[in-house]
Design a binder for this molecule. Structure first.
Ligand SMILES: [Zn+2]
Length: 158
């Protein structure tokens, strides 16, 4: 019985992660349509989106305007506090070192991403940047997140 319950909970969490990652993917598509590298993020608290954002580096001519930074700023503004310990950040691609720092500063409780980023991802530099209690999940809707990036860069090369 206890095992069944754990399996059901894991399945419900998996479905919730996929639902929220689809919202992050929708943000990523908005970025792609604007000629930005297609990365999107949402911050979720108790199943509700409290912040969303997509890459705006070209639009704002701002190298710090990554999806995660937009989503974190929006979430703290919505919730009225500087910490996001009870929130989950969903982002379509593994965060870079800058965003990982911001995730650490905001004390996000859970971080979920889709595609790994072996070149620019934070794990190339450090594993110890998030809050010590933060939980990390990778590979959610990985193929869809990767496909968006691949298609974008393939178009650039034509
Ligand atoms: Zn970043």
């Amino acid at each position: 019985m206890e095992n069944d319950k754990m399996e059901i909970e894991a399945e419900l969490l998996r479905r919730e992660d996929e639902r929220c990652m689809r919202l992050a993917l929708a943000e990523a598509r908005l970025a792609g349509e604007a000629g930005e590298v297609p990365i999107g993020a949402v911050v979720v608290a108790d199943g509700a989106v409290v912040g969303r954002g997509h890459n705006l580096v070209e639009t704002l001519s701002d190298p710090t305007a990554h999806a995660e930074m937009q989503a974190i700023t929006a979430a703290t503004s919505t919730l009225g506090g500087k910490y996001l310990a009870d929130c989950t950040l969903y982002v379509t691609v593994e965060p870079c070192i800058m965003c990982a720092g911001a995730i650490g500063w905001s004390q996000l409780g859970r971080i979920v991403w889709g595609a790994d980023d072996p070149k620019k991802g934070y794990r190339r530099y450090t594993q110890q940047v998030f809050h010590p209690k933060a939980r990390v999940v990778s590979g959610v809707l990985k193929e869809e997140c990767e496909a968006l990036m691949h298609n974008f860069f393939a178009r650039l090369r034509v």
